[in-house]
Design a protein around this ligand. Structure first.
Ligand code: F6R
Length: 576
């Protein structure tokens, strides 16, 4: 996720902005830049790569803005790094978020003679502000906002003005209050070294900071009351935004991931009659849900292959097939090898990737980026949800249908509100050594994902099975000592899974059921029930994954495991 810092005060801005950017590095980024202002002139230094690269020089001035960029539109490069300036180098902008209508705005600005220096969506903002400026910077910003669609936070500096303007609409922005100096930042980690007094801007608010003070307005220009809060966090807590672990923070970011994902539209260059999904781990399980979605909605046959197996097969490809690689990091060696194998055979490749410009993203014929933002916890959570969202979009796109689900993000929020109940369950079950996870249909890949989450972060042995497989072997494992997490949400095979739960109970097994609200029947045959809101069958996987993530998280936390960095595992598996 991109990071923003702005400073205006009595100190040299450049070293201070640099230090702020270093505190934002944890968010993940691929380029960084700073703009300062002195003697009515803007000075810019921006580079692809680490913030450290910016330390080789300094820029003069006691005010400035800085940015760490996590690419979404336009590959990581010096020219796509922020800040951006207008043609006369009078205005400078750093931006987080997405400007959805940037292509349309860019076209319009081009016709008026504006020249662009990057491939980003962000650059339109600075040109619009330059056009709208009539002596009042805030007014120019407020006029510009009227033209922007999307979610964003941005900061604006003008060469000859002792002020910085920051706005928030869907992406966080805070104001840090100092003595004869003030700050703007995308999160408090960037300013915590200088001040603990902050104002959290609300959506649709615009802050103007000067050396002496802060003034906050609505997007209509009306004055806004604000509260200054004292932050008691240390830097590490601030980076986790108060959550105990990055994994928990990332679980809670999932409604936002849904909203961000739904903002992107999708289109494919190739036609195909069969899809082969290749992936590893959690991304493979997302692929299994994808098979269910694409076959159900678009009626296109899909096979899903574990990339480490697929790469050593001699696959019988036929024309009209497409290989879809799913990967958060875009660097997984086995998934990359599977892509290369397909390419060698002349088969089209598509990537569903989270990290922009990663190796797989560059090697596939076409890439669709997932909108999870950087995932720091080793165990994948929000990237899985972003992968599912994109697979829904793909399924609907292939079927020639619109994908506009209502209230999905709010339904995820409702599931997150079960956190305390799930924490209590974790307390009740953490001492077991073995777990079974079962589900059918689209809930089977969720059972696999739930078991994987538990294994990797709590080191408890967990096995997942399609519920119908129980009596072909795993039923022998059922005992008082091996609880089963049963995904039994109301869908077309509900009754079948219900019967499987009865079989487990009849053999003395404990059952934690994940069920649909108002299902009283299931309570009578389960030891514990987690109720999820009623949704269309197609959307069950999106909701059901959250209690599984939270259950694994709390068990691992109770066991005092290193949740964000489980033993023996790496975030990016670049070797076989
Ligand atoms: C599990 C997990 C891994 C990854 C797998 C693939 O929580 O994170 O199983 O899903 O290593 O990684 P990517 O998606 O980067 O290809």
């Amino acid at each position: 996720m991109c990071g923003i810092i702005g400073y205006l005060g009595h100190k040299e801005a450049y070293p201070l902005l640099l230090a702020g950017l270093q505190q934002l590095e944890y968010r993940g980024y691929d380029s960084a830049g700073i703009c300062t202002s002195s003697d009515n002139t803007l000075h810019v230094h921006k580079l692809q790569g680490r913030v450290q690269n910016l330390t080789a020089m300094s820029l003069p001035g006691t005010r400035g803005i800085g940015h760490t960029r996590w690419s979404t539109h336009g590959r990581p490069s010096d020219r796509n790094a922020h800040p951006f300036a207008d043609g006369k180098n009078q205005f400078s902008v750093v931006h987080n978020g997405i400007i959805e209508n940037y292509l349309e705005l860019k076209e319009e600005l081009r016709k008026e003679g504006v020249q662009f220096s990057s491939d980003t969506d962000s650059e339109v903002i600075v040109h619009l502000i330059a056009q709208n400026y009539q002596g009042d910077l805030r007014q120019a910003v407020l006029d510009t906002i009227k033209r922007l669609q999307g979610a964003y936070a941005f900061c604006v500096l003008k060469n000859d003005r002792e002020e910085i303007i920051g706005v928030r609409n869907g992406s966080p922005l805070v104001v840090g209050i100092g003595v004869q100096e003030n700050f703007l930042a995308s999160d408090v980690s960037a300013v915590i070294e200088h001040t603990r007094n902050v104002i959290y801007l609300n959506d649709f608010e615009c802050a103007r900071i000067t050396r002496e003070g802060v003034d906050i307005r609505t997007f209509q220009g009306e004055p806004c009351p604000f509260n200054v809060k004292e932050v008691n966090w240390n830097l590490e807590q601030a980076q986790k935004q108060g959550y105990k672990h990055f994994m928990l923070k990332e679980i809670y970011e999932q409604p936002q991931v849904v909203e961000d994902s739904l903002r992107q539209s999708l289109s494919l260059k190739t036609k195909f009659s069969r899809l082969i999904i290749v992936a590893c781990g959690t991304a493979f399980y997302a692929g299994l849900v994808g098979k269910y979605l694409i076959e159900t909605v678009a009626k296109i046959p899909v096979t899903v292959e574990i990339a480490s197996e697929f790469r050593y097969k001699e696959p019988l490809f036929s024309a009209q097939e497409l290989v879809l690689a799913i990967s958060q990091s875009g660097e997984t060696a086995d998934t990359l090898a599977a892509v290369r194998l397909a390419k060698q055979q002349g088969i089209g490749t598509l990537g569903l990737i989270n990290v922009v410009d990663s190796t797989i993203a560059r090697e596939v014929d076409q890439v669709i980026y997932t909108r999870a933002g950087p995932e720091i916890g080793v165990a994948s959570t929000k990237a899985f949800t972003a992968q599912l969202l994109t697979l829904y979009q793909l399924a609907f796109y292939l079927a020639g249908k619109d994908f506009k689900p209502l209230h999905l993000a709010d339904q995820l929020r409702a599931v997150l509100s079960l956190n305390d109940q799930i924490k209590d369950l974790a307390q009740k079950y953490f001492h077991y050594q073995n777990f079974l996870y079962i589900g059918r249909n689209s809930q089977y890949p969720l059972a696999l994902e739930g078991a994987l989450k538990l294994k990797e972060i709590s080191y408890i042995h967990a096995e997942a099975y399609p519920a119908g497989e129980l009596k072909h072997g795993p039923l022998a494992l059922v005992s008082e000592e091996t609880p089963t997490v049963a995904l039994c949400l109301q869908d077309s095979v509900y009754q079948k899974t219900f019967s499987n739960i009865q079989e487990i109970k009849a053999r003395g097994g404990k059952v934690i059921a994940i069920a649909t609200e108002e299902d009283e029947k299931i309570r009578s045959i389960s030891d514990d029930v987690i109720y999820l809101p009623k949704v269309e069958e197609l959307f069950l996987p999106l909701l059901a994954v959250i209690p599984l993530q939270l259950f694994a998280y709390h068990i691992a936390d109770i066991k005092e495991c290193d949740v964000d960095k489980p033993r023996n595992l790496a975030k990016s598996v670049t070797v076989e």
